[in-house]
Write a protein of this length. Structure first.
Length: 369
């Protein structure tokens, strides 16, 4: 399997099966078979390919619209195709969505949300919720994950699945990420002072935030200002960060790890990476994606157990995300998972609710929700 397999797959598509209309204003509009073409294009790029010592994969989201049904002007067709593309991105990786008239509403909503998001920090509309993580062996709370929430003054609560992509596209993600980091450190320190519990907090780091050369200093500043001990802070990065220049990533990770801050891989198993990074980089924890345990089939049990064995061999802790059923919880604890997180054991909650749990810990983690 070579590095050009994705390109060769696309080149081998039978393009003559999908007639295209002539360009309108320099753009091409698919006359009647846009979706079949798009779906076959996505399928052709599903196969990962090798670049050096790494396995890479391309994820594709495609939006389509048809001429003349969805418009006759080039500008209209482009806007409608972009609306369908936004819906495809929202639906997840590797999918196709065709334009529908109600998608225009989503574009208008996004146009309303973006300027609002720019002002949300100053107006006090943002907050941090905390989702607890529990130790499988003792049932005690092992830490929390900090999750950003936005309560819009007119529209009410806005889902992170909606506003985080807006933040990423508008370059607000670095500012928001820094705000969450500072707030999470400050509130975790406050909890420790009031409850006497030295709680650990995990904060998600976006690719753009991690790639900022100033990021290690941002982390150092947050620790110094809040007084949170470095060992009580965990930063979660995704495998997509490691798909870049591994040496550059390693440099930033070591700078952060040298402070005493723990690094973890979020959504482990959803990307394609060389597992050699588990030994080369200062990673201490793997967060197993929910897709490994739901639905809990025999094949998924085998894959999850392989991850547990790999983690033990590398001296890593494993946290299973998205645990929502008792069967999942019981199997994970029996199979050797270290920690669990999910709606079964605890939903994301405001700071006050977290403090109540710490003051009155449940008899076992299943009762934490």
């Amino acid at each position: 399997m070579g590095g050009r397999i994705g390109v060769e797959s696309v080149a081998s598509l039978p393009w003559n099966r999908w007639p295209l209309s002539r360009g309108i204003g320099g753009h091409f509009a698919v006359e009647y078979a846009a979706r079949p073409l798009a779906e076959e294009l996505v399928y052709s790029l599903l196969t990962p390919f090798v670049v050096g010592n790494f396995v890479r994969a391309i994820t594709v989201s495609i939006g389509t619209c048809n001429f003349p049904r969805d418009g006759v002007e080039a500008a209209t067709l482009v806007v409608n195709a972009e609306a369908a593309l936004s819906r495809a991105k929202f639906a997840g990786r590797d999918c196709v969505r065709s334009f529908q008239s109600e998608m225009i509403h989503a574009i208008r909503r996004r146009a309303l949300l973006e300027p609002g998001l720019r002002q949300a920090i100053a107006k006090g509309e943002l907050s941090v919720f905390y989702q607890p993580q529990f130790d499988c062996g003792t049932g005690a709370m092992a830490g929390t994950e900090a999750l950003l929430r936005w309560n819009h003054p007119e529209l009410g609560p806005i889902s992170p699945a909606e506003f985080i992509p807006i933040a990423e596209r508008s370059n607000l993600i670095v500012e928001l990420g820094s705000w969450v980091l500072m707030r999470a450190c400050k509130e975790t320190m406050a909890i420790a002072a009031r409850s006497g519990c030295a709680l650990k907090v995990a904060v998600n780091v976006s690719m753009r935030q991690f790639n900022d050369p100033r990021f290690p200093e941002v982390v150092r500043h947050a620790l110094e200002v809040t007084g949170l001990l470095p060992e009580n802070l965990e930063l979660e990065i995704t495998e997509s960060v490691l798909a870049q220049d591994i040496e550059e990533s390693a440099h930033s990770m070591r700078a952060i790890s040298d402070m005493g801050v723990q690094l973890s891989i979020d959504d482990f198993g959803t990307g394609y990476s060389s597992l050699s990074y588990l030994q080369r980089l200062p990673i201490k924890k793997l967060k197993l994606d929910r897709s490994f345990i739901h639905p809990l089939t025999d094949k998924k049990k085998i894959l999850a157990q392989a991850v547990f064995s790999l983690a033990r061999a590398c001296g890593l802790t494993v946290v299973a995300e998205g645990v929502e059923e008792v069967e999942e919880y019981e199997w994970l604890c029996h199979a050797g998972c270290d920690q669990v997180q999910g709606y079964l054991v605890g939903r994301p909650m405001p700071l006050t609710a977290l403090e109540r749990i710490l003051a009155n810990p449940p008899a076992n983690s299943q009762n934490a929700a």
